[in-house]
Design a protein around this ligand. Sequence first.
Ligand code: ADP
Length: 334
Amino acid sequence: MRPTGRLHLGHLVGALKNWAALQDQYDCFYFVADWHALTSEYADTRALVENALDNAADWIAAGLDPERSTLFVQSLVPEHAELYLLLSMVVPIPWLERVPTYKEQREQLSEKDLSTIGFLGYPLLQTADVAVYDAPYVPVGEDQVPHLELSREVVRRFNNFYGQKLGVRDGETIVAPVLVEPQPLLTSFARLPGLDNRKMSKSYGNAIDLSDAAESVRKKVMSMYTDPKRIRADIPGTVEGNPVFMYHDAFNANLEEVEDLKSRYRQGKVGDVEVKRKLAAALESVLEPMRERRAQALANPGRIREMLFEGSARARKVAQETMERVREAVRIRY
Ligand code: ADP
């Protein structure tokens, strides 16, 4: 996750909840992608470290456990950069130019000069991030699937150059892989809209942050966009695509209550205020325990730093082993 700002409810449903659950089943590596933040934010890096520590506190609050998972900082494991450099030697530039998000993001972020090697190489750095741990799976949403497809092609090309040739079968050369081809571990979730029903984004100021105080959460919920055609409580309303109900679906554990609200909303038998009050309460029961854990984590700010240093040292050991093998394969071991 890039440390480009505070984390919000979108990050919780779209990533953190799933990340926490995966800890029961996998040996997980989660990192603050500070170099990735630079790919678009290189012109102003003042808030980077502060965001990194703040985001890590939210991770802990969301249930990531530094005892069970390796939580670390990308730039504290320079092997990511070494592998990225080696991969860059064999990857044709058009492969990167073809990545759908490349053109899209350059157009969207037109106020920034993204004609840089760093920005073009973003998916290649992602490839290194994953391959340096021999990671077989990456938890991603649909939007990241093309990136992972590219990662697999890059790894295959690298393996073809540097893997040991084992023989030929059906006209194809069989090579012993140097790096592992990563597969997506798809998380299906509907993208959570912003409070105003536009895309949730820092620049629109339309998100509820995980660190928001209770009063601010309540105010934000009460100001949410709902069905605009419903100017009175006795007019039947639309539930589908209504952000207030999408939030209910995502955060309200009381399914009966949600069904009752939906049914009365459709019949014009409930006011927006009640629907929103109940949403605010549901959000509080998710956010309040997180707020406590976050406060605990931040009570000793040195501790978060220490945790990230410890995690990075652990990650680095794994990455160093991979790089030994990679240097051997590329024949640049002295
Ligand atoms: P980036 O670092 O690429 O700018 P974001 O900070 O927007 O990305 O999001 C990081 C991840 O958090 C996304 O890949 C997605 O999994 C999740 N996420 C962010 N916003 C939302 C949202 N509104 N709904 C669901 N998931 C989201």
